[in-house]
Each structure stands twice: as structure tokens, then as C-alpha cells.
Design a protein around this ligand. Structure first.
Ligand code: APR
Ligand code: PHB
Length: 394
């Protein structure tokens, strides 16, 4: 068996793990990242694309914002359409802030390149990754690579390995509480090399189901439609997708839609999930390993970034000032914010989708939510405030 040592061992090379590693490096703290996937697979995943301005600032502070500012698109607002009635949420006017439309895939590619350039060890394609001895003061991460077993000894393990990872499993079931809601539908997403239908995002609720018009650049668009969980991508030819999207966004938007051959097509389920606590011994969970939000509020990546900022601050206090107060409060501080963001994501999802179990009453409630937002600047501002990102109370 081979042994390695580092200060913080990070499980997972997604945005959470990579950003943490970058921030620690900037402060002179060492880390090693272990991921079960290959670099190619990680860099090929198409994920969400909206950054809160607090996330933009965090990436700038970490020194990884150059490409984001070059290629990202700052947005001042977005449209809500409910049964063909359109209401613009003027995020900038309501909150004074913008959001940045920038693909998580691009961010991940840049973070991996930067970490490797700076000499960080990232172990890709590791098998049987397992945090061990996390209750002790010498926790380890064990894995196998090309038939050889390796143990990385460290001060702390950061579990940044997503919803299906191994880190959360290392917390005994008598300690771990989980809260979950699975939605009875999925999102079928299509990426296409065509200019977006509008300069801003459009979230549409229609009796045929939810639809979202988003983008990755001025020439590349990302669209979604709500679909049954039993559907597969084979059920959805490009033509069927465009026809369905056109019906759901209404004639005005549909008239401007630039369709084409899809370059990526996938179906994702929608889930709300929270694990408590986010710390066990010297293991800290962050990002999707600890919580999942349905994508309707565009919060998954942003929530991961805020966990990492809180964890990073706590680790700095430990290493630079021998102060463990913030490590001790990590779970409590994160979860306060996590639940507020869960609430917003659940609210947006519930307002805008068709639920098979909803009766006439719930459908009228959905419409009333929309009408309330349209008619009340206070309600619009509340929505906008959540969309641009709640303050990070650190
Ligand atoms: N061992 C090692 N690595 C693992 C394991 C495991 N058992 N399981 C998963 N991983 C890796 C995955 O291959 C992936 O690269 O952990 C990484 C987790 O990355 P993400 O799923 O992107 O999670 P996170 O970094 O927290 O980013 C959150 O991702 O899902 C989106 O909406 C979410 O945007 C948010 C962001
Ligand atoms: C995306 O562009 O992929 C996207 C944008 C906004 C969302 C979800 C996904 O709410």
C-alpha cells in the first residue's frame, strides 16, 4: 500500500472540490483531490449556467474569473410566462444586482487546468474511494488506482463528491438525518448551436408543462421542457422537442426560436434533498454531497460555492489563527442558508410545473402566485432577491 500526506484531502473534482483546493492553495494550505471519474468525463458534463454575483465575486477572489468575465453574459432580469402572459422580473432595478450566465462546464475546465498548472495533485479515475477514520485526528482517504491501494493521510476530509458520492455514506446512520422530496417529472435539456431566442432567460408555465429558454453564449442556446420520468431521450427527436417547446412558450417567443440539430440531449430528475449535519468528526460535506435543489431557481452551483466559502474561511481560521470556532459552526451556518435556498427552489418549482396530483385548487394557487408577483413590487423583489442570491452571513 502506498501512503501520501496532505493537509486537506478533497473527495470530488467538481466545482466544489476544485474551488476549495484553489482557495486553500492561495492561502498556502495543501490539498489533494481524488475523483472516481476521468478528466474527460468530468469536463464533458453539461450542467447549469447561472451565477449569482456573490459567486462571481468568489471566483474573482479565488483568481479564476478571467474566462468568466470574457465569455460570461451579465443579465439584468428574466421573463416569467404563465399561460402566455409575460411578466419581466427586472432583477437589476429590484435589487441593484445582476447575475452572470456562464456554463458550469467551462468553469470546471478552467479550474482543473489552473489547479494542475499550479502543481496540485488531482487523482482521476480512482476506484473504491473511501474516507476512513474520520472521527480520529488523522483521517484518511483510501482508494485504488491501477490495482494499487493508496491512503492519503490528512487533517481534514472535504466531501465534495456530489449526491452519489462516498463521503456522505461515511457518516453513521444514527447521526445522519436526510430530508427529501422527489418531483414526479424530469427536465429534458437540449443544447444547440444557435443564438438564444431572447437576450434574457424565459421561465414558462404552460398546461402542457414547464419550459425554460436559457443560453451558454450569443451563439449557443440551452432549452428545457418538463417531461415524464418514464421518458427516455430516444422518445424525443429534435423535431418533437422543438414542437413541444414552441407550444409551451407561446406564439410570440416561438416565432423567434432558432432551432437546429441538438449537440447534447439529456433527462435529469428533479429532487430536493438535505443531509444534516454537514460535518462529522473531521469530515466536512459541501455542495451536492450535502444537498440537492431542483434546477428551477438556478441555485445548485451557487449553493455549492457558498458552502465552499464558509468552509474555506473556517479552515483559514484554524490554520492561520488556531481558532476552531468556525469549523465547529460550519454545519449550522451552512444549513441556515441551505434551507432558505431549498425553500426558494421548491417554491419556483411548485409554482411553474404541472404536477399530476394537482387538482383544480392547487392549479388556481399556482396562478395566484404568478398574479401576486405580477401585481406586487414587493413580491417581485422578494423573488429577485432570492434569484440574485441571499447574503452570505459569515
Ligand atoms: N469517489 C470520488 N469521487 C466521486 C465519487 C466517489 N465515490 N462520487 C462522485 N465523485 C465525483 C464526481 O465524479 C464529480 O466529479 O465527485 C464530483 C462531484 O461533482 P458535482 O456533482 O459537480 O458536485 P459539486 O462539485 O458539489 O458541484 C455542485 O454540480 O450538480 C451540480 O447543480 C449542481 O451546480 C451544482 C454543482
Ligand atoms: C441552464 O442554463 O442550464 C439553466 C438556467 C437557469 C436555470 C436552470 C438551468 O434555472
Amino acid at each position: 500500500m502506498k501512503l501520501k500526506k496532505t493537509q486537506v484531502c478533497i473527495v470530488g473534482s467538481g466545482p466544489s472540490g476544485l474551488l476549495l483546493s484553489q482557495l486553500l492553495h492561495n492561502a498556502g494550505i495543501s490539498s489533494i483531490i481524488v475523483d472516481r471519474q476521468s478528466r474527460e468525463r468530468i469536463q464533458a458534463r453539461v450542467r447549469a449556467g447561472v451565477l449569482e454575483w456573490g459567486s462571481v465575486d468568489a471566483l474573482d477572489e479565488a483568481g479564476v474569473g478571467r474566462r468568466m468575465h470574457r465569455d460570461g453574459l451579465p443579465h439584468d432580469g428574466f421573463d416569467l410566462i404563465f399561460d402566455d402572459d409575460l411578466h419581466r422580473i427586472d432583477v437589476k432595478a429590484l435589487t441593484g444586482k445582476q447575475v452572470m450566465v456562464y456554463g458550469q462546464t467551462e468553469l470546471t475546465i478552467e479550474l482543473i487546468a489552473r489547479r494542475l498548472e499550479q502543481g496540485c495533485e488531482i487523482i482521476f479515475s480512482a476506484q473504491d474511494v473511501q474516507p476512513i477514520d474520520v472521527e480520529s485526528d488523522r483521517p484518511k482517504v483510501r482508494y485504488t488506482k491501477i490495482g494499487e491501494m493508496v491512503e492519503i493521510e490528512c487533517d481534514y476530509v472535504a466531501g465534495c463528491d456530489g449526491f452519489h458520492g462516498a463521503a456522505r455514506q461515511a457518516i453513521p446512520s444514527r447521526v445522519l438525518k436526510t430530508f427529501e422530496r422527489i418531483y414526479p417529472f424530469g427536465w429534458l435539456g437540449v443544447l444547440v448551436e444557435q443564438p438564444p431566442v431572447s437576450d434574457e432567460l424565459i421561465y414558462a408555465s404552460h398546461e402542457r408543462g414547464f419550459a425554460l429558454c436559457s443560453m451558454r453564449s450569443q451563439t449557443r442556446s440551452r432549452y428545457y421542457v418538463q417531461c415524464p420520468l418514464s421518458d427516455t431521450v430516444e422518445d424525443w427527436s429534435d423535431q418533437r422537442f422543438w414542437d413541444e417547446l414552441a407550444l409551451r412558450v407561446g406564439a410570440d417567443v416561438a416565432g423567434k426560436l432558432r432551432t437546429g440539430d441538438s449537440i447534447e440531449k439529456s433527462i435529469a430528475p428533479l429532487r430536493s434533498f438535505v443531509a444534516e449535519p454537514m460535518r462529522y468528526g473531521n469530515l466536512f460535506l459541501a455542495g451536492d454531497a450535502a444537498h440537492i435543489v431542483p434546477p428551477t431557481g438556478a441555485k445548485g452551483l451557487n449553493l455549492a460555492i457558498s458552502d465552499i466559502r464558509i468552509l474555506w474561511r473556517a479552515l483559514i481560521e484554524h490554520y492561520k489563527k488556531a481558532n476552531d470556532t468556525w469549523l465547529d459552526r460550519y454545519s449550522e451556518i451552512c444549513l441556515k442558508r441551505v434551507w432558505k435556498v431549498e425553500r426558494f427552489s421548491w417554491f419556483m418549482s411548485t409554482m411553474l410545473h404541472q404536477f399530476p396530483e394537482f387538482s383544480g385548487f392547487e392549479k388556481r394557487m399556482q396562478r395566484a402566485e404568478f398574479d401576486h408577483i405580477v401585481g406586487s413590487e414587493t413580491a417581485s423583489r422578494s423573488l429577485a432577491e432570492n434569484y440574485v442570491g441571499l447574503p452570505l452571513e459569515m
